[in-house]
Design a protein around this ligand. Structure first.
Ligand code: ASP
Length: 586
């Protein structure tokens, strides 16, 4: 702790700070009973406060009242104790504890609150059912890993604020009760009592407000802000999450990227997280997808995708020939020298199918050719050309997929990650961070037969608006160890361009005016060129802390079900409330 407590009836020192230097002085401490041990006549209590743990000792002869009371102490009882800091016998020194050389010989004890037996142990790092932990979150928060995670989170956010303050950014709050913002997810709606039948939407992000702040002349804005998206929860996604949201005026891509490198560089450095220092490398979307099968590339292990189309260009093997004829591709991965039983190859095939492949071709390279169910369909020169293209030698396992290019890259990207996990190829102590740039502006939505913005529709295009298929966007994502930790773009500051983008994604002028009229109107009054970015705080903290689940770095998260086991939310409301809102349940 940085600041000593103000001496009062409960404490004049933090438990964790009573070191040997304090030996011989008096101290009053307060906290929770972490552990207790009776040793013949002596009673030992490990007392815990936020700063750490100190050992209290109760002597029956010298402090009989306190000793008498200490008999009834149980785990998690709350107390204040006064005594003398004394050095421990050398044999009793605990080198693992900052306070391990001393103990407090208690003369006065006051028990402030009793605790029932906690539903799970708080003093050790044992695995506990997550729902039980969330249901009893106040107790779970007492466990050391939770305190460490939330302290780290605080340091991350404080660093962000310090760096941005130095760079003249100001934090501005934007509304939670607002209109739908199209980040591509489902909105959370809040019925409006003042206008029955109408709803507020909770913001999926402050995107439009931050653009309005640029039009308002604020130039450099940021906010650590909650965003709401009504999507199914996963390990790295919850319905409410926290972003660092940022926007700048009179900037291009490099300005936003440099700002974020300064912010995140400081965050990583102060957290002792060993990523290469900025500037960080950039990779285009096209290259990321072609080499790693993902726009969130993790290049820390090999297994790169290779196109083998040329090697099988004239093949009679129907699966490959058909894909190539239909304008598709044949690509593969050299998984290295691994022997996999048939059942595991079947599991990989199943995974490929889950990601949209019709099948998966596997082959083990042997001295004279391939051991593979499809070996007999390929000519000898095709087998050797593919083997060569994949830099393979005897013993290597090759995985090949033939289909349209999007499916093939997606499937091989997923297989690549699965192989890396299965064979523990991901180095835990080496991190990779890079920008992904030059995204396509639009993706084709087959179901709705229309273009969809890859980032969001306020992103500025790069290229010819008459060629939507080949149009790139001025957006950028930051990817850490294969996880997207942030993304943003330069925006459309000219109304005509914004209107054109809306039209291309099927939002006509009337709908655009109805939904985004306030933005289009503001753009008519002199909007500066502007751009920004948003970073996912929960994920960043989880990655730094080495936790595989963002719930571990959030004080009161929702469970995977989307519900909150602590408060019971979401919960039914009474009929009167519904009436007041003009709502009837169907
Ligand atoms: N509003 C975007 C998002 O939440 C980020 C940005 O474009 O700044 O993903």
């Amino acid at each position: 702790m940085k600041h000593p407590p103000r001496p009062n009836a409960y404490r004049d020192a933090w438990c964790g700070e009573l070191t040997a230097e304090r030996a011989g002085t008096a101290a009053r401490v307060a906290g929770w009973v972490h552990r207790r041990r009776d040793h013949g006549g002596l009673i030992f209590i490990d007392l815990r406060d936020r700063s750490g743990i100190v050992q209290l000792v109760f002597h029956p002869e010298t402090a009989s009242d306190a000793h008498e009371q200490a008999h009834r102490l149980r785990s998690e009882d709350v107390l204040t104790a006064t005594g003398t800091v004394v050095r421990r016998e050398p044999a009793n020194v605990n080198p693992n504890l900052p306070t391990g050389e001393i103990e407090v010989a208690v003369t006065e004890l006051e028990i402030l609150a009793d605790a029932e037996t906690p539903p799970f142990p708080l003093d050790e790092d044992t695995a506990v059912d997550e729902t039980l932990r969330l249901k009893h979150r106040p107790l779970d928060l007492r466990r050391a890993p939770m305190l460490e995670a939330l302290e780290l989170r605080h340091r991350v956010v404080t660093t962000i604020r310090e760096v941005l303050d130095e760079r003249d950014f100001i934090e501005v709050e934007t509304p939670f009760l607002t209109r739908s913002t199209p980040e591509g997810a489902r909105d959370f709606l809040v019925p409006a009592r003042i206008q029955p039948g109408s709803f507020y939407a909770l913001p999926q992000s402050p995107q439009l407000f931050k653009q309005l702040l640029m039009i308002g002349g604020f130039e450099r804005y940021y906010q650590i802000v909650r965003c709401f998206r009504d999507e199914d929860s996963r390990a790295d996604r919850l319905p409410e999450f926290t972003q660092l949201d940022l926007e700048m005026a009179f900037v291009a891509e490099d300005d936003v990227i440099e700002t974020m490198e300064a912010v995140m560089g400081a965050v990583f450095e102060r957290a002792g997280f060993d990523v290469p220092s900025p500037p960080w490398p950039r990779i285009t979307f096209a290259e990321a997808v072609a080499r790693y099968g993902s726009d969130r590339p993790d290049p820390r292990f090999g297994l790169e995708l290779k196109d083998v189309g040329e090697a099988v260009a004239g093949t009679e093997f129907k699966v490959f020939a058909g894909a190539l004829q239909d304008g598709g591709v044949v690509r593969g991965i050299n998984a290295g020298a691994r022997e996999l039983p048939r059942s595991e190859l079947d599991a990989l095939t199943e995974l490929a199918k889950q990601h949209g492949a019709k099948g998966l071709v596997w082959a083990f390279v042997e001295d004279g050719g391939w051991r593979s169910p499809i070996a007999k369909f390929l000519a000898e020169n095709e087998v050797s050309a593919v083997t060569q293209r994949l830099d393979a030698s005897a013993g290597d396992l090759l995985l090949l997929v033939a289909d349209d290019v999007i499916t093939v890259d997606k499937v091989l990207g997923a297989l690549r990650l699965e192989l890396a996990r299965r064979f523990s190829l991901i180095p835990a102590d080496r991190h990779d961070i890079r920008w992904v740039v030059e995204f396509p502006m639009f993706l084709w939505n087959d179901e709705e037969a229309r273009w969809e913005a890859e980032h969001h529709p306020f992103t500025a295009p790069a290229g010819d608006l008459d060629e939507p298929a080949s149009l790139l966007s001025r957006s950028y994502d930051l990817v850490l160890d294969g996880a997207e930790i942030g993304g943003g773009s330069i925006r459309n500051h000219r109304g005509e361009v914004q209107q054109r983008i809306f039209e291309l994604i099927g939002i006509g002028p009337e709908e655009a005016q109805a939904r985004f009229g306030f933005l289009l109107d503001a753009l008519r009054y002199g909007a500066p060129p502007h751009g920004g970015i948003a970073m996912g705080i929960d994920r960043i903290v989880a990655l730094i802390a080495g936790r595989d689940n963002i719930r571990e770095v959030i004080a009161f998260p929702k469970a995977t079900s989307g519900g909150d086991p602590l408060t019971g939310a979401p919960a039914p409301v009474d009929a009167a409330q519904l009436r007041e809102l003009g709502l009837k349940l169907g």
